[in-house]
Design a protein around this ligand. Structure first.
Ligand SMILES: *Cc1c(COP(=O)(O)O)cnc(C)c1O
Length: 497
């Protein structure tokens, strides 16, 4: 399988090159030149297999330049059962008849980012051994919370890699901050910056693209790579769990093989829902892709009007991992729906950069309307949903998952569509304890983070994940805070060069 760029369709690279490089030099994202098909017979066969086997099958279709042994090494290392709190890795819970929650947060950091970031270090080191001549890989991350911790945990003590994370000093939740400050591992570095997430992200981008920095790293036999969802190596592992969910539904008798399902995804950067789109194209019977947003509803407007317009207020919500106005993976969908028209995509992305908006052609909009349903809800509705689901279904969900549940319920009421539905659940509720507790008991606790965790556990009787409960006892290793102009000095210091 070869890969091309969304901004230059003449480019051809291998999967290993696409993953090692992260982003195309023209600024485009790598996509496979064709989408491999999976038959219903193959899906039925996978339903008898475990998660590791399902993952190997799906990955092998896209990473054709990886050997069988290399793929085994990647999937066995990433989805080792001891690292996840469920032997199914991504278990499916039927909370109401026909409504299934896919728990993607059973990994080490309690957020769905683990599903991809546990395997990315393996994919990246194999890819680099094929293409980068043994250079040490330096992963540089700007995070608003979940990605940073999941990348640190995924890359910790992985040979031949270093991982450095910058986060906005006041822009992450207390739990997220503590998770990063106490990170273990010999090859990790964490630094807060005086600024917001955008400052952290532009600082990292500047470091990435500075030729002088790249030369200095090369002189020390190092190279940068990216762990955010523009990297194909982050996206392809996410296709797996949609197949896995369908297999589990066959196994538990929820559906007959071949029957269509709906998928609902709480969406930020459009990575998770794009993976579901690829699963559908590969042959997984998905009827509607339902895209759920919070008050930052730029995607709802786009998917229902055909105009993407980021010129609007930015809200800090109770579902912070979805507080985003530029969903970068949308570019991959547009490239696909235009039949690989790189000229059109370049035009839209240039318009987005200069005017903050663009409108797709009628033809593309018609396809979008056929594939997607979109909706959003605000924080009050999110909390009301947490309360309702907890009381009527005895299921405690986090704020991001609640947005998806709310949007799905509105869709069901509007359409009376009773199709079996999978709702992607993206975080453990204890990662956002204060808001979840407020939703459940009706008032905001004034306690510290860990007392809020205990209050929530008393109120709900839901187990606290040990990796969050234990944080209060861990030593703080990273207290550094730097000016945004000093980020490069921090990078050199952490790399020891
Ligand atoms: C990252 C994240 C999302 C958004 O996922 P995208 O792939 O960016 O759309 C949703 N929920 C949680 C908890 C996340 O960490």
């Amino acid at each position: 399988m070869e890969y091309t760029s969304t901004r230059n369709k003449n480019i051809r690279v291998s999967a290993a090159q696409a993953i090692a490089q992260g982003i195309s030099e023209d600024g485009g994202l790598f996509v496979p030149v064709s989408v491999p098909a999976v038959s219903m017979d193959e899906i039925i066969e996978l339903s008898h297999a475990d998660y590791i086997t399902r993952a190997k099958k799906i990955l092998s279709l896209y990473l054709t330049d990886f050997t069988d042994e290399e793929l085994d090494y990647c999937v066995n290392g990433a989805y080792e059962k001891s690292k996840f709190s469920s032997p199914k890795i991504a278990p499916l819970v039927e909370v109401e008849p026909n409504t299934h929650v896919l728990e993607l947060w059973r990994g080490p950091t309690c957020a769905f980012k683990d599903m991809a970031l546990q395997i990315l270090p393996y994919l990246l080191t194999v890819a680099a051994s094929k293409t980068a001549g043994g250079k040490e890989i330096v992963i540089l991350v700007a995070t608003s919370g979940d990605t940073g911790k999941a990348a640190l945990e995924g890359f910790k003590d992985v040979k031949n890699t270093k991982v450095l994370v910058f986060y906005p000093e006041d822009g992450v939740s207390p739990m997220q901050k503590l998770q990063m400050m106490t990170q273990e591992g010999e090859n990790v570095g964490v630094c807060a910056i005086k600024g917001n997430f955008d400052d952290a992200q532009s600082g990292v981008k500047k470091i990435f693209t500075d030729p002088a920095v790249r030369e200095k790293l090369a002189a020390h036999n190092m190279m940068f790579s990216s762990a955010n969802s523009i990297n194909w190596g982050r996206l392809v592992p996410q296709v797996v769990y949609y197949f896995s969910a369908y297999c589990d539904m066959i196994n538990d008798g929820s559906i007959e093989p071949g029957k269509e399902i709906n998928v609902v995804v709480p969406t930020g950067n459009f990575g998770n829902i794009l993976a579901a789109y690829y699963a559908k194209k590969m042959g997984l019977p998905i009827r509607k892709l339902i895209c759920a947003s919070n008050a930052n509803n730029v995607l709802t407007d786009f998917l229902t009007s055909g105009t993407y317009d980021r010129n609007r207020d930015f809200y800090m919500t109770a579902s912070p991992s979805m507080d985003i106005l530029i969903s970068s993976n949308l570019e991959r969908l547009l490239f696909d729906l235009t039949g690989f028209n790189d000229e059109l995509v370049r035009g839209w992305m240039n318009a987005l950069a200069s005017d903050g908006k663009y409108t797709v052609t009628d033809d593309v909009f018609a396809k979008i309307k056929d594939l997607f349903v979109a909706g959003y809800c605000d924080d009050d509705a999110t909390k009301a949903t947490i309360k309702k689901v907890f009381e009527s279904d005895k299921y405690l969900c986090d704020t991001h998952t609640a947005v998806a549940v709310n949007v799905y319920e509105a869709y069901k009421e509007r359409t009376a569509d009773e199709t079996d539905t999978v709702i992607a659940s993206t975080a453990n509720p204890y990662k956002f304890s204060a808001d979840v507790l407020e939703a459940v008991i009706g008032e905001r606790s004034s306690g510290s983070e860990f007392s809020v965790v205990s209050e929530l556990s008393v109120a709900t009787n839901e187990p606290v994940p040990p990796q969050l409960a234990n944080l209060s006892e861990k030593a703080v290793r990273f207290k550094g805070v730097c000016e945004k102009s000093q980020m490069i000095d921090e990078v050199y210091k952490m790399l020891g060069i």
